[in-house]
Design a protein around this ligand. Structure first.
Ligand code: CU
Length: 87
């Protein structure tokens, strides 16, 4: 039990190293698209939270340190939208 608690503490410590990744998303036309993009991002390992902007065609994704932006774009592309990692 003590070990479990310790590893939980470690997880919390790791999550404080979250990073914000900006993605450029192409092809979103309506709120349903936003939902699709958000859903596909949520399934990528390491993604914690995302905010998707329809009009701006972009997404801000909060991820665990070490998460590959390419993996996020792959997921978005699979959902049928264009995606590139913004610098
Ligand atoms: Cu749509």
């Amino acid at each position: 039990m003590k070990k479990v608690l310790l590893s939980l503490v470690a997880l919390v410590a790791v999550s404080s190293a979250d990073r914000l990744i900006n993605l450029k998303i192409d092809g979103m036309m309506c709120p349903a698209c936003v939902k699709n993009v958000k859903g596909s991002l949520a399934e990528v390992k390491g993604v914690k939270e995302s905010t998707v902007y329809l009009k701006e065609g972009k997404a801000e994704v909060k991820v665990a340190d070490g998460t590959k932006p390419e993996a996020m774009c792959d997921a978005v592309k699979q959902a049928g939208y264009g995606c590139s990692v913004a610098k």
